[in-house]
Design a protein around this ligand. Sequence first.
Ligand code: ADP
Ligand code: MG
Length: 161
Amino acid sequence: MHPPILESRTFSWPDEAACERFAAALAAEPALRRAGIELDGPLGAGKTTFVRHLLRALGVSGRIKSPTYTVVEPYEVGDLAISHFDFYRFSDPREWEDAGFRELFAAPGLKLSEWADKARAMLPPPDLRLAIEPQDDDSRRVTAQAGSVIGQALLAAGARA
Ligand code: ADP
Ligand code: MG
């Protein structure tokens, strides 16, 4: 079951530079530091690309790998903890406990999740959901849904991008 949506907005990313500007605008919003964000969309939509631009804007300097095989990649910038999840290969609910995902989600910091539907029963409701749809011209139509006041602050920040 999906949680209630407080506010929804649609954005267009004509190219990857627009995705990068959107990510930078979110990175500048203090509420991001305690946000849970879900990235939806088909393979190649730009979920990982958005996360890379977001992490770079936050000051992550090393290699940013897609967590497709590891399910989670952790980062730290200053006192901010970031967990980037990709649940594409997640199938065993026991892994949620065994791999420490419960602790990661309970800890403070920023959580970014690709393919959240594959771990739906485990996941807390997100503050923000971005559904990225590639268009025929390579642009992206992005539906952003806020599920909390944190999400609403991020929506407002994205609208200023
Ligand atoms: P996903 O994680 O959703 O499977 P990726 O981020 O790995 O997708 O791949 C998205 C690809 O689309 C990248 O090669 C990126 O450069 C490209 N791309 C083209 N246009 C855009 C755009 N407007 N926004 C984001 N990515 C874009
Ligand atoms: Mg990806």
